[in-house]
Structure formats: C-alpha cells, structure tokens
Design a protein around this ligand. Structure first.
Ligand code: CTP
Length: 408
C-alpha cells in the first residue's frame, strides 16, 4: 500500500493546454487508491471536459461558487478542510498571480485561500510568461507562504516554440507528492531538511568563435543525480549546470543553466554564501581561448592555425578560500594515472572537506555512462571505496556520506 492510499486529493485545474495531462494524473492517483475531487476554473472547461474528469475521478467536478440555479453554494471552507493536499495542475500564470495576491474571484481561488492543507502548485505556461519578472515574483511569494512549486520542464510548448514552461509529467507529480507526504505521514524526518545545497553539473563550453567551442564529454548525469539525492533527503537544492540535454523536475530543484566557466563561476560564487553543502560535480574547462573571435574564423589556405589558450578561474579553489567552518565543500577528481596521489593533492590544495575520485582506468566509471565507480578521500586521507553502481545509487552513497559527516 503506497503513501497515497486513502489520501484526499483536491485537484485544481486552470485554463491551459496542459489540462489534458490532468486526466492522466487523476488516473494515476486513482491507481494509487487516493480519493480525488476536481475543481476547475471556467477557462479550464475550454481545454478539457468536466465529464472526462468526473468519470476518471469518480466524483462530481466543481467549478462555480453556486450551482446553476443559484440556489445552493459549494462550500469552499468545507472543501479546503476536506483535503489532505491541494494540487493545482496545471496552474496558469493568471491563477498563480491571483493566489500570490489573495484574490478570490472563483471557487478555486476561494478554496486556495481557505485551505489549511499543504498546497502543491504545478505551473504550465509559455516560456516568456514563465520568465516574466512578475510570474517569478509571484512564485517566490507563493514559496514564502510555504506552498510547494514543482518546476516546469523544457520542451515543445503549445505556442509551437520550444523552451521552459511545460507542466511536469503526471508520474513526476506522483513521485513528488509521495516524497513530500511520506515524512508528514510516516513521521520520518528527512536527514537534510533545513539544509541548503549547491550542486554543479555537466561540462562548460568555451567559445572559440560564434559557432565553435572547447567542451568535454560530461553528460551532467552524475551532478543531476546528486542534486536529486540531496533533494530527496529534504535539502533545498540549487543546481548550476552547463549544457546538458538532461533536466530534473522530479524534485523541487532550482536550476540555473550556464554555458561558460566564467558564467558558472559567477553563478556559483553568488550562491555559495548561503550553501551549507556544495558539491562541484561539473567538469569545468581548464582552458579558454585567449582571444575568442566575434566572427566565424575562416580557413587560411592550408596554413596551420594556432589557438592561444589561457587557464580559466578554478572555481572550487576560490570556494575553498572563502569556505566558513560551517560549510561543507566537496570536489570531484577524474584521473587517469596516480589517481589517489593526484586526488589527495587536489583535496589539500583546494581546501576541500572530501573529494570523490573517478578513475578512467576503472571499468564502468566516467562520462556519458549510466554507472560510476568512486572512491571518497577525506581530509585525514582515509579512503572509502565503492562498487560500480548506477549513478543514482552512487549519488545516494555520496549523500549518505555527507549526512554522516554532518552528524559527526
Ligand atoms: N574545478 C573548478 N574549476 C575549474 C576546474 C575544476 O571548480 N576551473 C573543480 C571541478 O568541478 C572538480 C575539481 O575542481 O570538483 C577537480 O577538477 P579537475 O579537473 O579534476 O582538477 P583540476 O584542478 O582542473 O586539475 P587537472 O585538470 O589538471 O587534473
């Protein structure tokens, strides 16, 4: 029996193309044996039929404050008290703005204002609306009220454009909901709740000219798996990632996408101050072209071409210098020879608390793979070895190690 068994879920649906996903969400909730009641705004009716939602949820769908005849009303206070959790999926920019400002001009906004249960908001909108300062301000406002926001995904949007703004997939919402409700109902305390974590992932790209760059084969898998494992333990996670096709929307992870080492440096330095735990899993470029060209570089009739490179700023080194005693700083080392000696040197030189060593000589370790094999070395030069495992399990090992370090 899952954590959602018997939970009373009030699902608010607002006017968005993504409303079709709500039908799948209801189906999954019913499969989990949750009790579902649906509220929809008037605009949501243009996107999905109340009959579909009523049939799937096995309950009457409510939309108006009063019935058609105006002779009875839908008691918003009772609905708010009935629910164990209120989810708004999809949540349009308009409804988010109303929630943030306490407007209550329809049944859903009125229920929101009177609900005492946890509220989970699953936004869906076009990228420009998503990125607009007012939407971001409203979301920050909702977070400050204690509401949970499931981040949007990136991909094809209803406008035909591609970008950020897609509603999280129904299965991701179910995962998020289960993870969120588990500690509340099972009274298990997550080990990193109240902690702030900063994670970097992926490669960085250094521009040679407008079309070419120096990069590396890092996929971002390891860093993203670590961000997810930290979030699963209750940490508030900020992920700063270089170019990667991957994304994470299963947990409440604030993601900043950057391209170059200089951009990663600025974003990391900004976030570091507030981070209790920082893990630099990114494969940061060590060199950058000294004179990146603003125009595409042309061939020179067979003559050779020299590209002068200069070293990039060592980000983790800068963090090691700023690190306070209450902050934990973890680095990665990918080595091909003298692995332990090199990694230990990096640990000391960069003032890290521990370093995660990957050896290119180990089968199953390295970039682009789904597995990894690590050794953790701490400041006392103690070595902890782990087997080859899927990156999600490696991430859990690293997070468990951090938890132990924080307890000691
Ligand atoms: N790192 C960093 N900034 C850089 C280069 C690396 O913050 N400009 C971080 C990486 O994210 C990693 C750690 O430093 O956590 C070690 O990276 P690695 O490339 O193995 O070490 P380097 O110091 O760059 O040494 P080398 O490449 O010469 O082995």
């Amino acid at each position: 029996m899952g954590i959602l068994f018997g939970k009373k879920i009030l699902l608010g649906i607002t006017g968005s193309i993504a409303a079709y996903k709500s039908a799948f969400l209801i189906r999954l909730l019913i499969q989990e044996e949750a009790v579902v009641k649906v509220l929809m705004t008037r605009d949501a009716n243009s996107f999905i039929s109340p009959l579909t939602l009523a049939t799937l949820s096995k309950n009457k769908v409510l939309s108006e404050l009063t019935d058609n005849a105006g002779t009875s009303w839908n008691n918003h206070v009772e609905l708010g008290l009935w629910a164990d959790v209120l989810i708004i999926a999809p949540a349009s920019a308009n409804t988010i703005a109303k929630f943030a400002n306490g407007l209550c001009d329809n049944l859903l906004t009125t229920v929101y204002l009177s609900a005492r249960c946890p509220v989970i908001i699953v936004p869906a909108m076009d990228e420009d609306m998503w990125k607009h300062a007012s939407t971001q301000k409203n979301l920050a406002q909702l977070k400050s009220y204690g509401n949970q926001i499931i981040p949007v995904g990136t991909g094809e949007l209803a406008s035909g454009l591609t970008g950020e703004g897609r509603m999280a997939e129904p299965q991701q919402i179910i995962n998020f909901l289960s993870d969120y409700l588990e500690p509340i109902y099972l009274k298990t305390k997550k080990k990193l709740s109240g902690k702030k974590a900063l994670v970097t992932a992926g490669p960085t790209y250094e521009a040679i000219d407008p079309v070419r760059f120096i990069g590396n084969r890092s996929s971002g898998k390891m860093g993203i798996a670590i961000a997810e494992a930290l979030a699963k333990e209750g940490a508030e996670v900020e992920l700063i990632t270089g170019p990667t096709a991957l994304s994470t929307s299963k947990y409440n992870i604030q993601t900043t996408r950057i391209t170059s080492t200089a951009e990663m440096h600025d974003a990391v330095i900004r976030a570091f101050e507030n981070a209790d735990i920082t893990i630099m899993a990114a494969a940061v470029a060590d060199f950058t072209p000294e004179y990146p060209s603003v125009k595409k570089i042309k061939k020179q009739n067979g003559t050779s071409f020299n590209l002068p490179l200069v070293e990039t700023t060592d980000i983790i080194n800068a963090l090691g210098k700023r690190k306070r005693p209450d902050q934990l700083l973890v680095g990665f080392a990918l080595e091909s020879n003298n692995e332990i000696t090199n990694a230990t040197e990096k640990l000391k030189n960069k003032n890290l608390d521990f370093i995660v060593l990957n050896s290119l000589n180990d089968y199953g370790a390295g970039f682009e793979l789904d597995t990894n094999k690590i050794m953790i070395i701490d400041r006392d030069e103690k070595q902890y070895t782990f087997e080859v495992k899927p990156k999600s399990e490696v991430a859990k090992d690293i997070v468990d190690f951090i938890v132990q370090k924080l307890i000691i």
